[in-house]
Design a protein around this ligand. Structure first.
Ligand SMILES: Cc1cc2nc3c(=O)[nH]c(=O)nc-3n(C[C@H](O)[C@H](O)[C@H](O)COP(=O)(O)OP(=O)(O)OC[C@H]3O[C@@H](n4cnc5c(N)ncnc54)[C@H](O)[C@@H]3O)c2cc1C
Length: 352
């Protein structure tokens, strides 16, 4: 059986940042990623100010030119606006200051598949893709992991890190073992479609427009340009038919702004759970969105990178001192918890 000090489930921003922190300290770490890299991720693909700072701090670099959209590389914060038929536009604040510190308001418009792949490479860790973790068994000295895919089917590690995103298998298995099988909190479904852009009509270029139209979705709907495509994002609670929401959204954009859309390119969808953080159990630790670290409304890459990196440092400390990795991680991430609560209190993202 292949063995490593640490195995990370998921090659997203949290997994890559965790791997980076471990590699910096010389720890033997392997990332297992279920999809072939570079993989798509349901996301608007905007790097907010805090993300940009975290990249410099933890990865020693800015996102490279090849991960940017080739047009409209920057979305200025002042061009993120909420629109209502009766009142027109007003500024919409996606990112808020953390611990009294404000961030750059020049947001970077990137392709998530390319950005995430770059991050994994920057981590310096080996990443085995097409390796889907389907189960694990934990004991006092480590964790045995079962994997589907063309490579090895079983691995052993001293610590397992679940960085497998919102629908985390690692979290589900941990919760089930603890007798907890229900959803941790309210769950919102998100769906987005890309269409070839023929005309923006009166929608502003290099902008991001947000709508709160209950007939389209219970969550905010938004639209912005990615190269030659217009990206329409809608969200709702259980039972909402989100494909129909996209059709209503297209109608609104055509009627109110004269937007002309061409051929459909692709759809993406996911679930987001609005639950308090849960950091795991014993030698199995959760980080990033798997742990509940996502700043509303979906400003998640910062929370993923920041929590992932600190999780990695906590595991290093536990490996060296024999302490409780989860307790160390909890102490290291107290300010992230505080910022989550602040976002929850200050940002409104529901239309109902
Ligand atoms: C519609 C939408 C738009 C968003 N827009 C933005 C934005 O513009 N900016 C921003 O900062 N945030 C945005 N977010 C939030 C952001 O996408 C997430 O918070 C962030 O990706 C979380 O990172 P992560 O590493 O925790 O998880 P993920 O990025 O989800 O990565 C998890 C990885 O684990 C892998 N995985 C899952 N299960 C397994 C398994 N069993 N075995 C192996 N691998 C597995 C997945 O394939 C994936 O690669 C958006 C979210 C949504 C839904």
């Amino acid at each position: 059986m292949e063995t490593h000090d640490v195995i990370i489930v998921g090659g997203g921003p949290a997994g890559a940042a965790c791997a980076r922190a471990l590699k910096q300290e010389g720890v033997d770490v392997l990332i297992l990623e279920k999809d072939k890299l570079p993989r798509y991720k349901c996301c608007s693909g905007v790097l907010f100010g805090q993300t940009q700072e975290l990249l410099r701090e933890y990865f020693g670099a800015d996102a490279p030119p090849e991960v940017y959209c080739s047009n409209d590389k920057i979305v200025e914060a002042e061009n993120i606006r909420e629109w209502k038929k009766e009142t027109g536009y007003k500024r919409f604040y996606w990112e808020i200051p953390k611990d009294g510190k404000a961030f750059s308001m020049h947001y970077q418009n990137i392709w998530r598949n390319l950005f995430d792949h770059w991050l994994v490479k920057m981590s310096g860790a080996t990443c085995r893709d097409e390796a889907r973790v389907k189960g694990f068994t934990a004991s006092s000295d480590g964790v045995t992991v079962q994997v589907d895919g063309p490579g090895a089917s079983e691995y052993h590690c001293k610590y397992l890190v679940g960085a497998d995103g919102g629908p985390s298998v690692v979290r589900r298995i941990l919760k089930a073992a603890a007798g907890d099988t229900g959803p941790a909190g309210a769950s919102v479904s998100i769906f987005q479609s890309y269409f070839k852009l023929e005309s923006l009509g009166t929608l502003k270029k290099a902008a991001w427009t947000v709508f709160f139209e209950p007939e389209i979705g219970e969550m905010l709907s938004c639209v912005h340009q990615k190269d030659d495509y217009l990206l329409l994002c809608v969200g709702g609670f259980k039972g909402r038919k989100l494909r129909e929401s996209v059709e209503s959204f297209k109608q609104l954009l055509a009627n109110e702004f004269g937007v002309k859309l061409g051929a459909w390119w692709r759809d993406e969808g996911c679930q987001m759970e609005l639950a308090p953080p849960y950091l795991g159990q014993g030698r199995t630790i959760l980080t990033g969105e798997a742990a509940g670290y996502v700043y509303l409304n979906g400003e998640g890459i910062s929370a993923a990178i920041d929590s992932g990196y600190r999780c990695g440092k906590a595991v290093v400390q536990a490996l060296r001192s024999g302490g409780d990795a989860i307790q160390i991680f909890r102490e290291k991430s107290a300010d992230i918890d505080k910022h989550l609560e602040k976002c929850l209190a200050q940002i409104h993202f529901l239309s109902v």
